[in-house]
Design a protein around this ligand. Sequence first.
Ligand code: GLU
Length: 304
Amino acid sequence: MKKVLENIIEKNREWSKRGEVASYIPELAKANPNALGICVTTLDGEEYFAGDYDSKFTIQSISKVVTLMLAILDNGTEYVFSKIGMEPTESAFNSIVNLENNKQKKPLNPMINAGAIATVSLISGETAEEKFNRILKFTRKITGNDTIDVNNNVYLCEKATGDRNRALAYFMKGNGIIQGDVEDILDVYFKACSMEVTCRDISRIGALLANAGVLLNNERVISREACRIIKTIMVTCGMYDASGKFAVHIGIPAKSGVGGGIMAAVPRRMGIGVLGPSLDHKGNSIAGIKVLESLSQEFDLSIF
Ligand code: GLU
């Protein structure tokens, strides 16, 4: 397996040159565009690595899966999906247009920014600090990594430049979708996006989903049913407005982030974490997608 992963990384490295690192959050522009790494965690607990697998990056939108798990644990699926839809979108991840267009004024799904901000607003906690600490603790638990923390520079930069997210949040408050202090909710969202992880950490999150909500130490942290819903939404919405193409070519539930990470869950088989900060025009890791395509073909991983 290790040899196969190494070959896949080397074969696809050149794809990084065809994309660009995210720069709308200036701090993200400092990422190394040529980094490319992978970690596979199989459900019998084996880990396989290749390339720049131990480089740190901010989790960004992959945190949307983590906060969705926690919001479901706190409120149940029925309540969460009374506030947030389950429908894919052809608009960009930070689009505002659908919030006005759809009749119920609900964000379309929890994998776009509006939906994730609404998801974060549902997480229990008296204060923003308490809410975020619960997210951090939960992330450390499901990755088995107690050292995960916020990259403060990225967090401050997100907060300083996050006016589009602010617009989405105030719009949803105006429509009664979110309650409470908008700046506090955004603060939790920005911090959640700024948690620093490695390929190994996100492959562990993928393994949890692949294992229907049970950690590798056999502890159940989320129900099988919640996992089924989350994996389905990852298939239809996890790769932004490129989710359809990704489902056709790769066929694995996955979630990407603008930090260059992709977390993927192959049901009953493995979790996968990929890093490649150079992004395509939809905001997905350009070489990361190619790595997952090669892996999917090599091991026949498509769920379809
Ligand atoms: N923090 C990012 C934002 O809200 C997350 C975007 C992403 O990874 O898609 O702009």
